[in-house]
Design a protein around this ligand. Structure first.
Ligand SMILES: CC(C)(COP(=O)(O)OP(=O)(O)OC[C@H]1O[C@@H](n2cnc3c(N)ncnc32)[C@H](O)[C@@H]1OP(=O)(O)O)[C@@H](O)C(=O)NCCC(=O)NCCS
Length: 170
């Protein structure tokens, strides 16, 4: 999906930005409720948990002063499946009207660089098995499927590999 590009920037989330993440999340997951928290109190608790896990791993995308997307990475995550510390991407959301402009890719690039700065070698995430847009998005970034638990697919990326550019889907 290609759209006319807007000019955006990626920043470490400030305290003011964090307050915008609850409505952003609720709007961003409309239509994907089976994989998401739907009550604002639950989303607030979730955002608080993301902040406690790794405050430095949260980055926002801004258009003008408006937060239009965020990614929550965690450089302190121990993966039971990988048996080691990995960079976990717990969350990424871009507002629907700003999708297909490269904002999600830029957020992922930023958080993957952060994991590399922290000396991590592997990134891990879980994605809903019918969230086809996100699955394709992660595949294009070089993530590969490595197992499933209920309706969640686990994907991993070798942070040391030559995976900084887009990967052809062929
Ligand atoms: C997944 C998500 C973050 C992608 O954000 P985005 O800003 O649209 O991503 P980009 O513009 O960087 O897209 C990069 C690539 O992803 C794929 N992609 C993005 N939107 C797509 C769509 N609607 N259909 C198919 N592929 C899509 C394309 O391959 C795209 O490349 P292209 O623009 O060259 O065609 C966004 O769709 C989103 O917020 N989804 C809802 C929340 C969610 O599911 N989060 C992931 C939970 S695990």
């Amino acid at each position: 999906m290609k759209r006319e590009k807007v000019s955006f920037r990626i920043e470490k989330a400030g305290d003011e930005d964090l307050k915008e993440l609850v409505p952003l999340y609720l709007e961003g997951y409309r239509g994907l409720e089976e994989y998401a928290y739907t009550h604002p109190d639950d989303v607030k608790a979730y955002v608080d948990w993301l902040r406690r896990r790794d405050r430095e791993g949260i980055f926002v995308a801004k258009v003008g002063g408006k937060v239009v997307g965020f990614v929550a990475g965690d450089a302190n995550w121990f993966s039971k499946r990988e048996h080691k510390k990995v960079g976990a991407v717990h969350e990424i959301v871009v507002l629907p009207e700003y999708r297909g402009m490269g904002i999600g890719t830029a957020l992922m690039d930023r958080v993957l660089s952060y994991f590399r700065e922290k000396g991590l070698h592997t990134a891990e995430l879980w994605v809903g098995d019918e969230n086809y847009t996100a699955l394709e998005f992660y595949r294009r970034l070089g993530f590969r499927e490595k197992g499933q638990y209920n309706y969640w697919i686990r994907m991993v990326l070798d942070l040391d590999g030559d995976s900084k550019g887009p990967v052809s889907s062929g």
